[in-house]
Design a protein around this ligand. Structure first.
Ligand code: ADP
Ligand code: MG
Length: 225
């Protein structure tokens, strides 16, 4: 399926073209028709299968339709947050006024505070720093009508479950927002999260038997302390 066959606006397709995408990947073809209708989804798909574009294109198409509300993408690591921000800048090329901010720890607050003060359409970040800004009333979680949890299983591995619970408790209810969850595995704890905080999510599993990509050779080296 080509991106042009999806119900995407000219502006959103301009970003797709800028990114150099023409054909949808499996996960994009299966999930975008649902998320573009506003459905909540819980998606399991291997690394490198194109999940980022699923939630970014959904967020951008909603922006095109409403021009109101704000979107939040929560990522377990700074590196992933930065990668998502870069993809978002590329895919939002058709909306020059679209404002994106990226919030993570390990760096000073000043620049991030300035970014927040200017008002944003899309917030990308790691749980700790996002909650810091919520505590200082610089981010109001009630403004988000779209929420993405990327690499949900890794969030658990990194001990972010309490932070995620806190974030959801500060948001509007599941029925008043669209929530999308992406994970390499849909374990019981990930499903529990979906049951607690999502609105009848559609569950999509793409090629569950291999969690990593075939053409990447992996080796494990045991090292001493
Ligand atoms: P995942 O989050 O599933 O691990 P990403 O969203 O990071 O995967 O995508 C992996 C790579 O594939 C990225 O470099 C991205 O730019 C590229 N990509 C995504 N969708 C497409 C597409 N439809 N056509 C070509 N390349 C794509
Ligand atoms: Mg990803």
């Amino acid at each position: 399926m080509k991106f042009t066959e999806l119900p995407l606006s000219e502006e959103v397709l301009a970003g797709v073209e800028k990114a150099g995408y023409t054909e949808c990947t499996d996960v994009q073809q299966r999930v975008l028709p649902l998320t573009l209708q506003g459905r909540d989804v819980m998606v399991q798909s291997k690394t490198g299968s194109g999940k980022t574009a699923v939630f970014l294109l959904t967020i951008l198409e909603k922006y095109k339709r409403n021009k109101s509300g704000a979107a939040l993408i929560v990522s377990p690591t700074r590196e992933l947050a930065v990668q998502i921000e870069e993809d978002a800048r590329l895919l939002s090329a058709g909306f020059p006024e679209y404002r994106i901010g990226c919030f993570y720890g390990g760096v000073g607050y000043k620049e991030q505070i300035e970014e927040l003060a200017s008002g944003l359409n899309l917030y990308v970040g790691t749980p700790g720093r996002l909650l810091d800004f919520a505590s200082s009333s610089r981010i109001d979680f009630r403004c988000f009508d779209t929420v993405v949890l990327d690499e949900a299983d890794r969030m658990f591995d990194m001990g972010f479950y309490p932070d995620i619970q806190t974030m959801f408790s500060r948001m509007v209810g599941p029925q008043e927002r669209q929530t999308m969850l992406f994970s390499a595995t849909l374990s019981t704890r990930v499903r529990n999260l979906a049951w607690s905080y999502m609105n009848e999510p559609e569950e999509i599993t793409v090629q569950p038997e291999e969690i990593t990509v075939k053409n990447i050779t992996q080796e494990l080296f045991h090292v001493t302390k």
